[in-house]
Design a protein around this ligand. Structure first.
Ligand SMILES: Cc1ncc(COP(=O)(O)O)c(C=O)c1O
Length: 406
């Protein structure tokens, strides 16, 4: 296959004809990247503040990741879970060391990691002689994925419409400890939460909430699942966002940035939960394969060797102050800025179409995404530079300046 043989508009036409139309795709085909830059099939350059939706932790074409993937592909890509493979065992060890958890299960996406966590919670109580503890308590405006269990936990109706009854989940307002306490009946197995609601619009938990939630779930014997799929792997300035709150959940789910763009998901749990899913109870053909595991191990090693988590805190400060300045300069267009580390957003005022803003930014060479109703989300590669952040803020500034509002 030679991608250069098709023009961008030919590719877009083929995509419109043959791809299942469940995405709203821009008529662009991306052909290559480097760090936090991307180029389309016509050679146009983009500053990538989207990062493959908070995925490309090491940026595009990081030489260490490229070399590790090529080396592993030349050795062995897939062996099945009938056997061990070194990258996978080492990855499990590394993740447990980094998070303080005891066991790691591997799958291929965020939603699968959430699904594994929900199944583990149910089966744990089944093995404890409490089979009535089946429900998950989640938060309004949350996003946990698209498989039926993860979708049930998701607290946004727009994702659920038309899919009929979903397995039992309860929802209360995000950050509301008293509502959580009231909803924690005898049928609730677990509480699942995002430390910062990503898809919901980059909404951080209120101060103290995560710590109080940990104490509450300990009181009631309910399992606490931290969905760190978007916030984990250093994105908010600590390896896990829960770390900043001084909290260790019972279960942590990771995906997105973990293997730098190679599909992977992971569910980590405490030793107390290690016997709830015995051999045969859960699994995945591709889960823990050597290729994805080696990529993830390389991401974790590179986060350390390039001190990317500390850098995320530093650059997060630069981004936050840049966004605050834009809010001050464009009060009729931006109502605020929020987030932490390299997961932040500028929030448009009501009445401005965020998709139109994103489309204009794209024509000017800036990639961003909309989260929630009106948040322009920044989730760049963790290797982004201060210069590229300034360039991105400059493009947003100019675009907001030209935007007319009633
Ligand atoms: C917090 C959170 N959980 C779960 C998911 C689902 O992950 P995936 O799209 O890899 O299935 C996402 C994806 O955006 C997410 O942000």
């Amino acid at each position: 296959m030679d991608a250069a043989m098709s023009t961008q508009s030919e590719l877009a036409e083929l995509g419109r004809q043959y791809l299942y139309p469940n995405y709203r795709q821009a008529p662009l085909a991306i052909v290559r990247g480097e760090g936090a830059l991307l180029w389309d099939a016509e050679g146009k350059r983009y500053v990538d503040m989207l990062g493959g939706i908070a995925v490309s932790a090491l940026g595009h074409a990081h030489p260490k990741l490229v070399a590790a993937i090529a080396d592993q592909a030349a050795k062995v890509i897939q062996v099945s879970n009938y056997y061990y493979n070194e990258p996978n065992v080492r990855l499990a060890q590394k993740l447990c060391t980094l998070t303080g958890m005891a066991r790691a299960f591997f799958c291929n996406s965020g939603t699968e990691a959430v699904e594994a966590a929900l199944k583990l919670a149910r089966r744990y109580f089944h093995t404890q002689g409490q089979p009535e503890r089946l429900k998950v308590l989640a938060y309004a405006n949350s996003f946990h994925g698209r498989t039926l269990g993860a979708l049930a936990a998701t607290g946004q109706e727009k994702y659920k419409q038309g899919f009929g009854p979903l397995p039992g989940a309860l929802h209360v307002p995000y950050g509301d400890l008293e509502a959580t306490r009231r909803a924690l009946g005898p049928e609730v197995a677990a509480v699942i939460f995002e430390p910062v609601q990503g898809e919901g619009g980059v909404v951080p938990a209120p101060p103290g909430f995560i710590r109080d939630l940990r104490a509450l779930t300990q009181e009631t014997g309910t399992l606490l699942i931290a969905d760190e799929i978007q916030t984990g792997i250093g994105r908010t300035g600590t390896f896990l966002a829960c770390e900043a709150a001084g909290v260790r959940p019972d279960i942590v789910v990771l995906a997105k940035g973990l293997a730098g763009g190679v599909p992977i998901g992971s569910m980590l749990c405490t030793e107390a939960l290690a016997e709830a899913l015995p051999p045969g109870a859960h699994g995945s053909t591709f889960g823990g394969n050597p290729l994805a595991s080696r990529a993830a191990l390389t991401v974790l090693e590179t986060l350390e060797s390039e001190k990317l988590v500390a850098r995320t805190r530093e650059l997060g400060g630069v981004l936050a102050s840049g966004l605050e300045k834009l809010v001050a300069r464009h009060p009729k267009k931006l109502e605020g800025a929020r987030g932490s580390g390299l997961l932040q957003a500028a929030v448009l005022v009501e009445g401005i179409d965020p998709r139109a803003v994103i489309a204009t930014l794209q024509t000017r060479g800036l990639m961003l995404s909309v989260a929630g109703a009106r948040a322009l989300r920044f989730s760049p590669p963790l290797v982004v530079t201060q210069e590229l952040i300034s360039e991105a803020l400059g493009i947003l500034d100019a675009t907001l300046g030209e935007l007319s509002v009633q």
